[in-house]
Design a protein around this ligand. Structure first.
Ligand SMILES: [Zn+2]
Length: 134
């Protein structure tokens, strides 16, 4: 089975669940206060309505910390944080690069407490996580 045919490559909710399972092996980690596994998932939250999305878009992977009451997603603190590109499209790009692009460099890094494979982006501006996508 090709990596591109996996559900997390096409479904936004599944892509968040997949990345969460890699980064948060011990439960969600609040990026604001650092507490582990003390957050609950917020379901059915939508963005503000817009002309393109009159009912707002579903906010996938949204969590709320029981300690500091802050909201966050697994994207916080990663290269995905400031991107408007959907997570499953990021995973598709990473999956394609894994099979076709020569990496500039790679290695294993301690990423929020978990071993996490990465490639350094060609322009050196960040790292692309790759562990667990095969
Ligand atoms: Zn917190």
């Amino acid at each position: 089975m090709s990596v591109l045919s996996k559900p997390y490559m096409h479904d936004e909710a599944a892509s968040f669940a997949h990345v969460e399972s890699i980064i948060w092996a011990d439960g969600p980690v609040c990026p604001h206060c650092g507490v582990v596994d003390r957050a609950y998932k917020l379901e059915g939250v939508r963005t503000k309505p817009s002309k393109k999305n009159p009912e707002g878009k579903v906010r996938h992977g949204l969590w709320k910390c029981r300690e500091c009451r802050s909201q966050f997603t697994v994207r916080k603190g990663t290269i995905f944080e400031d991107s408007h590109i959907e997570m499953h499209k990021w995973l598709q790009a990473i999956g394609v690069c894994q099979s076709s692009c020569p990496p500039i460099s790679c290695g294993v890094s301690d990423f929020r407490g978990a071993d996490f494979g990465f490639w350094v982006k060609p322009d050196g501006s960040g790292r692309l996580p790759v562990a667990g996508f095969a």
